[in-house]
Structure formats: structure tokens, C-alpha cells
Write a protein that binds this ligand. Structure first.
Ligand SMILES: Cc1ncc(COP(=O)(O)O)c(C=O)c1O
Length: 327
């Protein structure tokens, strides 16, 4: 009889993503963690798996139960994939700024999608947060991971993203830059890295008009980033800086990453890269800067590359973007 191999199953492929060097004209070494290599296509596979498995252990999620989440896409996609594998019904509410490709992916995994008004106001009954709450209270056996308040979200990054970066850089990482939404990634990874070396700088990238970064918060076009809920998943003690970025810069760098560097990545990766390049100007050859490329540009083909919404409806910027300066 042939020797029986232990092949990996799909959920075991979450994490352990590549860390690769970018060929840039800057002094520090810049490394990108390619989290679009996760099976669900984004970094959110990590937190989704941790939250679902914690709920299973706690008994909050029973066989045949329903997972409900308010998500601008990737957390929902990760839950939809995991729900498909584990046999749960999945319902996702999204704001109507969500790229059509993401909604299509959610439905492809068999999730039910409710597209709601583009507001991040938690209390607006037309918004995606309130809709998720409403469904949670009306569907028996429902579990809401609630990524903004679930400590299993940062715990996933403390257990996986942080150790991977530390090991892949042989402990040489000096700066870590990632997008900030629920802040699970920055809080969990930041905590792990600072425990190894308190000198590591941990930097988050936020949408400029989020509730956290703006005195006059407004809806924005960027997806993934945007601190609109300030909760326990936002662990300020592990974060050195939160840098706001406008849609125009994030979108311009997303296109530049594909055209000039061959990375077809999402808007939060463009935002992070814009900040990383500015930051790199202040660093030396001894510095090792790690950025997160959290998802793929394939989810934003229409919005960023085919019919760029930032060019249609954003007011002209006063300051030139990095992309424009290079031309
Ligand atoms: C593409 C992308 N980048 C960055 C983030 C931010 O991650 P976190 O919620 O851990 O702050 C998200 C979160 O949804 C995302 O989807």
C-alpha cells in the first residue's frame, strides 16, 4: 500500500506568508509581507479563523450555526470561506462603498450579503453595523465575531503575524507599518514585536477622514483602513504613531505599485507604501522596514484601475502626490 501522506487542508494554509524585499531607491531595507497569499486572499483570514475557533471552544458557535458580521469586505470574505469549510451559514453586511468584486466573492462562497448605506456611524439604523446587530438579535443560534471588540482578533496577529515577521527578519526588523481598521493587526503584531525588542517602531496608517484622525469625519473611498471604532482591539500602548492618509495618495500609490513594481495589491497596501516611502527618507541603511500588503488588487480592478473613483469625485489636492512628483 502506498505511503499515506499528510497533506495540508485549506484552513491550515492560513498564515506563514512570504516576506520579500522591494527594489527601491531608499536607504533602509524594505520588506513586504504578502498577506494576499492567504487562501481567502487577505490578512483577515488570520483573525477570522481565531475568532471562529475561539467561539467554537466557548460554545458560542454550535454546529449548523450562523455567523453574522459587519465588514467592509475582507473580514467577511474570510468568514465566508471558513464558514463554507466548516458548514456554517454566513451573513455579511457591507457599506455600499464596498468594491463590487468583493460582494461577488462573498456570494461565490455562499454568503448572504446585505449592502447598506455608506456610513460608519454605529448607531445609524441604515448602516452596516446596525443591520448586523439587528440580524444577530433576530436569528437564533447566531454568532457575531464583532472584530472591533473581539480580543481573538489581535490575538491572531500576536500568535502568527508578529512571530512570522520576527523569524523571517532574524530579529532585525526596526520598523513595522500596516493599515489600521479594527487595529487587530497593529495591536497584536505590535505587541509581539515590542516584547521582542521595545525599540521597534510600530506605525499604523489610517484614513485621513476617519473618526480617529479627523475633527470632521467623513466617508472615504479607501477600503481596509479607517479607525472608526475605538475599542479594546486598539492597543495604543504598542503603537508609536498613526499616520492619516488621503484617498488620492492611497489610490495613486496602489496604481504605481502595480505599474512600476509589479505588485497588484489593494488600496491599504498603497496607503501603507505611500507612508513607508516617506518614512524611509528619514531612515538609514541599518534599518529594516516591514510593511503589510494585506490584500490583492484583483478586488479593486474597477474602483482603482478601470474607473478610478478617486479621479472622478475627489477634490483636487493642493499638495502633489508621490506618483505625480515622480513623473
Ligand atoms: C485590506 C485590508 N488592509 C488592512 C486592514 C486593517 O486591518 P485591521 O482590521 O487588523 O486593522 C484590513 C481590515 O479589514 C483590510 O481588509
Amino acid at each position: 500500500m502506498a505511503h499515506k501522506q499528510n497533506y495540508k487542508k485549506i484552513l491550515e494554509c492560513i498564515g506563514s506568508t512570504p516576506l520579500i524585499q522591494l527594489d527601491l531607491d531608499v536607504k533602509p531595507t524594505v520588506l513586504a509581507k504578502l498577506d494576499f497569499y492567504n487562501p481567502g486572499g487577505s490578512i483577515k483570514d488570520r483573525s477570522a479563523l481565531f475568532m471562529v475557533e475561539q467561539a467554537e471552544k466557548d460554545g458560542c458557535l454550535q454546529p449548523g450555526g450562523t455567523i453574522i458580521e459587519a465588514s467592509s469586505g475582507n473580514q467577511g470574505i474570510a468568514l465566508a470561506m471558513i464558514g463554507a469549510v466548516k458548514g456554517y451559514r454566513v451573513i455579511i453586511t457591507v457599506p455600499d462603498r464596498t468594491a463590487i468584486e468583493k460582494v461577488a466573492i462573498l456570494r461565490a462562497y455562499g454568503a448572504e450579503v446585505h449592502v447598506c448605506l455608506n456610513t460608519d456611524d454605529l448607531h445609524d439604523p441604515r448602516g452596516y453595523h446596525a443591520m448586523a446587530e439587528h440580524l444577530y438579535h433576530t436569528i437564533p443560534g447566531a454568532f457575531m465575531p464583532n472584530q472591533y471588540f473581539n480580543v481573538a482578533n489581535p490575538a491572531a496577529h500576536y500568535a502568527t503575524t508578529g512571530p512570522e515577521i520576527w523569524q523571517q527578519t532574524n530579529g532585525t526588523v526596526t520598523h513595522f507599518i500596516c493599515g489600521a481598521g479594527s487595529c487587530g493587526t497593529i495591536s497584536g503584531t505590535g505587541r509581539y514585536l515590542k516584547e521582542q525588542n521595545p525599540g521597534i517602531k510600530v506605525i499604523g496608517v489610517d484614513a485621513a477622514t476617519s473618526l480617529y484622525s479627523s475633527k470632521d469625519p467623513k466617508a472615504y473611498l479607501s477600503e481596509g483602513i479607517g479607525i472608526d471604532v475605538i475599542s479594546d482591539t486598539f492597543a495604543k500602548q504598542y503603537i508609536d504613531e498613526i499616520i492619516p492618509i488621503v484617498d488620492a495618495d492611497a489610490f495613486a500609490m496602489t496604481r504605481r505599485l502595480a505599474k512600476k513594481y509589479g505588485f497588484l495589491v489593494g488600496i491599504s497596501s498603497g496607503a501603507v507604501m505611500h507612508v513607508a516611502l516617506e518614512y524611509a527618507k528619514t531612515l538609514t541603511e541599518d534599518d529594516v522596514l516591514v510593511v503589510i500588503f494585506a490584500d490583492s488588487g484583483k478586488s479593486y480592478l474597477d474602483k482603482v484601475f478601470i474607473n478610478p473613483v478617486d479621479k472622478k469625485c475627489m477634490p483636487a489636492k493642493t499638495e502633489k502626490t508621490f506618483e505625480e512628483k515622480q513623473l
